[in-house]
Design a protein around this ligand. Structure first.
Ligand code: ATP
Length: 135
């Protein structure tokens, strides 16, 4: 049996990745999990976090937010709200987004959507930590 399976990563903006891989690790809402070829079918939601891929024995990482994954023995599909490979993360942009979110949360204006600001802060912190960890 082949030791690879097809992985598609799709966001509302389009197809981010569509290639065979050996392994992935994804941030499920109930914890991080790994998927090898031949995995039992399942589906779960994903949190803001890091997706690690093993392809041709090389590791690649993406910052992702939200969405879900569908796993089948020969194919997995990640439908994420956002997904950027670590090398595509714009650190300055993420730091500016973090500062904006902090200002909104600390400013506590009556019209602030606190939940939205916190999720935005989470995406920014995730991008920054993944970019720093791997550069
Ligand atoms: P910003 O306020 O900087 O747009 P955001 O968290 O609101 O940050 P998102 O809504 O999560 O942005 O993402 C919008 C689009 O921009 C997505 O396609 C996402 O992949 C991309 N994106 C957002 N931040 C970055 C970043 N720091 N580096 C690279 N791509 C990013």
């Amino acid at each position: 049996m082949a030791n690879t399976y097809q992985l598609d990563i799709v966001t509302p903006e389009g197809l981010v990745f569509s290639e065979p891989i050996e392994h992935l690790r994804a941030p499920g809402i109930e914890g991080s999990f790994g998927v090898l070829v031949g995995h039992t079918p399942f589906m779960t939601s994903l949190t803001i976090g890091k997706v690690d891929l093993m392809q041709n024995n090389k590791q690649r990482a993406l910052a992702t937010s939200g969405g879900f994954i569908e796993v089948n023995p020969d194919r997995a599909v990640i439908l994420a709200e956002t997904a950027e490979f670590v090398e595509d993360i714009d650190l300055d942009r993420a730091e500016a987004a973090l500062q904006r979110a902090k200002d909104r949360i600390e400013g506590k204006q009556l019209d602030t959507d606190l939940n939205r600001a916190q999720v935005s802060l989470g995406r920014a912190v995730n991008r920054i930590s993944i970019a720093r960890m791997t550069r």
